[in-house]
Design a protein around this ligand. Structure first.
Ligand code: ADP
Ligand code: NI
Length: 336
């Protein structure tokens, strides 16, 4: 019996490999290999039927709507293969059920009915996040002919299935529209554990992408990838020691940023490391640019907002208005 199952698994692998070999949309054979390995491991951890998980994982993308004329044509392909390879009829039904749920039911939001189905869905979702998920997203975008990022196209909060498939979007938007939501949608506890680290990888990537996109860019605030929650908090530090300890404390939290008045890309006279009083001098210089205390308070608030990309602060300062009263701020930036 064991041998027979192994033989079926091997033949099914060969069949799927032939079917998907030419694919460049992120459903290539190696995607199947990874999902199958993950599904097997999850099956072990969750005490599920390994054979059913492995078979369903191998076949899960053969029926994909994007790669077939229709969903039905895709399902027929899987059905014929199961018949041909002599899979036990009870197993056939279970495998077909799992694949149908994954291709048809994934939009319904309901988890698959069997543990094996929930596991294969988790394994497929794990391959959509983390470093590999990032790579697949850009590969898919290239295949579809969409841009990696366009600041003018904001991520959509809600969309129908047709809008999702057919409207113009970008690879980066896909993170906000889908990938960042997958962590909380894992069915099994084992998959939730693996999703944690991969989710962090997505956030780290977006953070770095955003920084590079904003580099030397006057409009970086408006163009920021991160307006949807990548930067959740900005801390403004007024001296070197609090900035140092804040940065240390917030290590590994890329969504929280520390901006320090000590950073030498700030405007105004630079503080002198030798002279402890020079930071205070610098801060006073800032405040000296303001006429009223109201203006000062507004300035601090504005500083925090502009700090989202503080490297372009001199440019930002000229653009931001104080407290909505329409007054232009009169700060002269170094060299800007
Ligand atoms: P699977 O069927 O393997 O679950 P999908 O067919 O949904 O995956 O997508 C294949 C890969 O392409 C995934 O990594 C997914 O994140 C990515 N992808 C799907 N839709 C988009 C899109 N609109 N923009 C960018 N990447 C996408
Ligand atoms: Ni898949």
């Amino acid at each position: 019996m064991r041998d027979r199952m192994e033989e079926i698994l091997e033949q099914t692998g060969n069949f799927v490999k032939k079917e998907l070999e030419q694919d460049s949309s992120g459903h290539d054979w190696w995607h199947i290999v990874r999902v199958t390995r993950t599904a097997k491991m999850l099956a072990m951890l969750e005490n599920a039927d390994e054979y059913i998980c492995e078979m369903s994982a191998l076949l899960h993308d053969v029926a994909d709507e994007k790669l077939n004329e229709s969903k039905e044509a895709g399902m027929d392909k899987v059905k014929s293969w199961l018949l041909l390879s002599g899979v036990d009829s009870k197993d056939q039904d279970q495998i077909l059920g799992i694949i149908a749920e994954m291709s048809f039911g994934s939009g319904s939001g309901k988890p698959p009915v069997t543990l094996e189905g929930r596991i294969v869905q988790d394994a497929d979702r794990l391959d959509a996040i983390g470093a590999i998920g990032i790579a697949r997203t850009f590969a898919y975008s290239g295949w579809k002919g969409q841009l990696m990022y366009d600041p003018a196209l904001k991520p959509r909060d809600q969309f129908t299935k047709e809008e999702y498939r057919n409207e113009r979007s970008t690879a980066v938007n896909h993170f906000y529209e889908k990938l960042l939501k997958l962590k909380s949608r894992m069915n099994t506890e084992a998959a939730q554990v693996f999703a944690e680290g991969r989710h962090e990888e997505l956030k780290r990537f977006l953070w770095a992408f955003d920084r590079e996109w904003g580099f030397a860019n006057e409009s970086s605030f408006e163009e920021s990838v991160g307006q949807r929650g990548v930067v959740s908090r900005i801390h403004v530090a007024f001296d070197a020691s609090s900035s140092g300890s804040l940065k240390l404390m917030l290590r590994g939290k890329p969504d929280e940023r520390v901006v320090s008045l000590e950073d030498n890309l700030m405007i105004g006279p630079l503080p002198d490391k030798q002279d402890a009083g020079s930071t205070a001098m610098r801060w006073n210089w800032f405040l000296g640019q303001m006429e009223t205390s109201e203006e000062r308070d507004d300035f601090k608030e504005m500083l925090m907002r502009a700090a989202i990309d503080w490297r372009t602060l001199p440019c930002q300062l000229a653009k931001y208005q104080l407290g909505g009263v329409g007054k232009r701020i009169r700060v002269r930036a170094n060299g800007a």
